[in-house]
Design a protein around this ligand. Structure first.
Ligand code: F6R
Length: 614
């Protein structure tokens, strides 16, 4: 939530900051702002809404800023105070010499504010961040040294923060620090970058330093000093980043979301390539660091995640329990962390997170780690804070996902769960060899089946067009595809703002059926298998209430033609693997409906891709 960038070097800073912020827009887009060093002054520019508004705001000033080579920038996802220009970052102290951008939440900002007000500070915004500007400025009065002032101030701050700070009395210098929020420094020749995430500078350099909590970095064009808040010097560890700038292009697709949906067959191939070679060979999962003996003895697994990752976790539970006969609990991280939980050293805890930064999941993982559980992290960001907590790290390698609505990272999480479940089943000997072999074979052909769906997407687009005028949408399924219904509904909600809900089909008659009439579309996920006939009966019940019936099915059953107004057919697949096939048309329905409605598909309102606040 919120993104920060900083640059100090010899190149004009304006484009570096704006391009960097554009790459961070997935973190929020309520407002944006920059501060740049212009001779002995720091100048601040802000705008409400998307980054293009800031670009417009800046265009009359482009010449006066053109020589500046030091600056900071911010893109906001509002937490404290409405998205207004006054609340936009950077924030300044009262004399205007010190500027700060912040990602995170200052939890004790009210106490700090009261104290600072008694010392004469005048607050202009409703943000928690403004307290940092005044607090560091107060410390600067004493120390006359920006780094020392930041170190003193952060000792008084509680909460989460990544901060980038400048002071006009120390021109062409940047001080950055962090606690429980991401911050990475990009290293190039005679220039340094700082950002919440690497896409902000990856096109300039792939050499990076991940700052740890409570470390403070002071940068000029050709010097970098990292120390902890007590002044102990830290030797910088430069890592080479794996990301390619090309991944950030739409490659001819109208939206990143559509491009990312189309990447899914290759995402699965990439994951399987060195782990599942053929149906006869065992799965190789060197990333799992539990010994075979421990895995055999494992008697409980706890999975924690949020949002789309939580839906992947529900499917993970279903398959681990089916394949390995180990009881699995799944819980939303935000619920897990505020109750007495019983994970201990005998529990395997699996944290699932596309971003690896989600605050609730990160906290839940840290709590479980403290209790001695083995932590297995499934993430698309092996460079994230969560990955750093992992005892076993399953990096899903989906490539960077720009669209706020998760698609390919979900398929990648599912694929990783299947590999993990099959791997554990092989070790524990809990599956019949012919069933195991058949599932492995089916996994290897999943990418082609998704390609068939994508080749027939015009039918799905027609379905989306037909139902795009609806205000509500119900998805029903049972068994392993109940989470698919939840995920399909979430996709539609988040990008089209239609009120979509996923139900277990058998629950319909216990309440939700009251909502059905001729205006309500009901989409039944009807995959051949043990609950097929049951869902069919539940669909009949909905049809009898005049609902507008849609089927997503891999059956060629002629009966469906009378029951359903619209049928989306997908290739046949083993029921146990069907969630990987069934989700693709649902992603496309959500995409096309949002597109027909003219919504901002890649950056839906009120959302951000990386949720670093609890
Ligand atoms: C929905 C979506 C969110 C995330 C959730 C958790 O498309 O992306 O629901 O799944 O915010 O994020 P991660 O997976 O990064 O922990």
């Amino acid at each position: 939530m919120c993104g920060i960038v900083g640059y100090v070097g010899y190149k004009p800073v304006l484009d570096i900051l704006l391009d960097g912020l554009e790459q961070l827009e997935y973190r929020g887009y309520d407002s944006s702002g920059i501060a740049v060093q212009c001779q002995d002054k720091v100048k601040v520019y802000k705008a409400v809404g998307k980054l293009k508004n800031l670009r417009e705001e800046l265009s009359p000033h482009a010449y006066e800023i053109s020589k500046s080579t030091t600056g900071i920038g911010h893109i906001r996802w509002a937490t404290h105070g409405a998205p207004t220009v006054v609340n936009a970052h950077p924030h300044t102290c009262n004399c205007g010499k010190l500027v700060v951008v912040h990602n995170g939440i200052i939890e004790n900002y009210k106490e700090l504010k009261l104290n600072l007000e008694t010392k004469g500070c005048k607050f202009v915004s409703q943000t928690d961040t403004e307290t940092v500007a005044h607090l560091v400025a107060q410390k600067y009065e004493i120390t006359k040294n920006l780094t020392e002032a930041v170190k003193l101030a952060t000792k008084e701050i509680e909460g989460a923060y990544a901060l980038a700070i400048m002071h006009s009395d120390e021109p062409n210098k940047l001080v950055v620090t962090k606690r429980n929020a991401p911050l990475v420094i990009g290293v190039a020749n005679n220039e340094f970058y700082a950002a919440s995430d690497i896409p902000a500078f990856i096109k300039h350099t792939n050499r990076a330093i991940y700052l740890s909590d409570n470390q403070v970095a002071t940068m000029t064009a050709n010097t970098l000093k990292i120390e902890d808040i007590d002044g102990n010097i830290i030797e910088p560890k430069i890592e080479i980043l794996p990301w390619e700038p090309v991944a950030l292009s739409k490659m001819g697709y109208k939206h990143f979301m559509l491009k990312e949906i189309h990447e899914q067959p290759d995402v699965i191939r990439n994951i399987l390539v060195d782990k599942l070679h053929s149906s006869e060979l065992p799965i190789i999962l060197d990333e799992v660091k539990l010994t075979k003996e421990t895995l055999k003895d494992l008697n409980r697994i706890q999975i924690i995640a949020c949002g789309t990752s939580l839906h992947a976790a529900f499917i993970g539970k279903y398959i681990i329990e089916s394949f390995c006969a180990i009881p699995v609990d799944v819980e939303a991280s935000s619920e897990y962390i505020y109750r007495k939980t019983v994970t201990d050293s005998h529990t395997l805890v699996i944290g699932v997170s596309q971003s690896g930064e989600t605050a609730d999941t990160l906290t839940a993982v840290k709590q479980s780690k403290e209790r001695g559980s083995h932590i297995l992290i499934i993430t698309n960001r092996p460079d994230s804070a969560m990955a750093r907590e992992a005892d076993s790290l399953l990096s899903v390698n989906a490539g960077i996902e720009v669209s706020v609505a998760a698609t390919k990272s979900y398929i990648a999480q599912l694929t990783s769960f299947y590999l993990l479940a099959l791997y554990m089943a092989e070790i524990k000997g809990t599956m019949k060899p012919d069933i195991l072999e058949n599932l492995k074979h089916e996994m290897l052909v999943l990418p082609q089946k998704i390609e068939q769906i994508l080749a027939n997407k015009d039918n799905i687009r027609d379905c989306a067009r037909k139902y795009s005028g609806t205000r509500d949408f119900i998805y029903i399924a049972r068994g392993i595809n109940y989470p698919t219904a939840l995920e399909g509904a979430l996709k539609l909600k988040e990008i089209s703002y239609i009120n979509a809900t996923g139900y277990p089909a058998g629950e319909l008659k216990h309440g939700p059926i009251a909502m059905l009439d001729e205006t309500m579309p009901v989409l039944s996920i009807l995959m051949k298998g043990c609950v097929y006939d049951k869902i069919l009966s539940n669909s009949e019940e909905a049809k009898a209430r005049n609902a507008r019936m849609i089927a997503l099915t891999n059956s060629s059953d002629k009966k469906l033609d009378d029951l359903f107004d619209f049928i989306i057919r997908v290739p046949e697949v083993d029921e146990l693997l069907s969630p990987i096939i069934a989700i693709v048309p649902l992603q496309l329905i959500a995409y096309y409906i949002a597109e027909f409605l003219g919504k901002d598909v890649d950056q839906p309102r009120n959302l951000a891709k990386s949720v670093t606040v609890e």
